[in-house]
Design a protein around this ligand. Structure first.
Ligand SMILES: [Zn+2]
Ligand SMILES: [Zn+2]
Length: 174
């Protein structure tokens, strides 16, 4: 797919156009061109170390989404993107290079500049060992003994012999 089309797809999902989305589109485009095709299920898994605008482009274009469980956010505040393919058993890592953009550029100029750059000039890119996180688990939910709301079994806390959800547990502990 052409970069303009990818930008459009990502922008519709994200809600606005911004340099962050352009960065995410470059990540997704590079991945697609290197054997990481769009993932209707859990064929791909993305592990990202930032929660900025860029990651929405991965969700929109690669099909690595929060809801499917094949999009994992590690809150390190770093612009690093790992993508694994369960099909091809391989992984890549893209890491945003520093000072790729002149701070004086306008928002639009930044976007245009990014989209005209080679991925290798924007990111440090390397192959990584294939050790993706496990598949998403489908789990039984059961009512919390305090608030009664359905809660995934694995998230229940045991406090003084009562099985309860995390928010209820926190209230008890205070
Ligand atoms: Zn944005
Ligand atoms: Zn509860």
């Amino acid at each position: 797919m052409e970069i303009r089309e990818l930008m459009k797809k990502a922008t519709i999902f994200h809600g606005h156009i911004c340099p962050g989305i352009a960065i995410g589109v470059l990540v997704a485009k590079y991945a697609i061109e290197h054997g990481f095709e769009h993932s209707p299920d859990e064929e791909l898994v993305a592990v990202v170390e930032t929660d900025n605008c860029s990651v929405d482009a991965l969700q929109a274009i690669l099909g690595t989404t929060y809801g499917k469980g094949n999009f994992i956010h590690k809150d390190y505040g770093k612009s690093n993107y790992k993508i694994y393919s369960r099909k091809n058993q391989k992984g890549i890592r893209l890491s945003l290079k520093k000072t790729i953009l002149d701070k004086k550029l306008s928002r639009d100029e930044k976007i245009q500049k990014l989209l005209s750059m080679k991925p290798e000039d924007v990111f440090d890119i390397r192959n990584i060992d294939y050790d993706p996180p496990g598949m998403a688990q489908i789990e039984e939910s059961v009512p919390c003994s305090i608030c009664g709301e359905l809660t995934m079994d694995s998230r229940m806390m045991n406090y003084q012999g009562k099985i309860m959800c995390i928010p209820c547990y926190k209230e008890f502990k205070e």
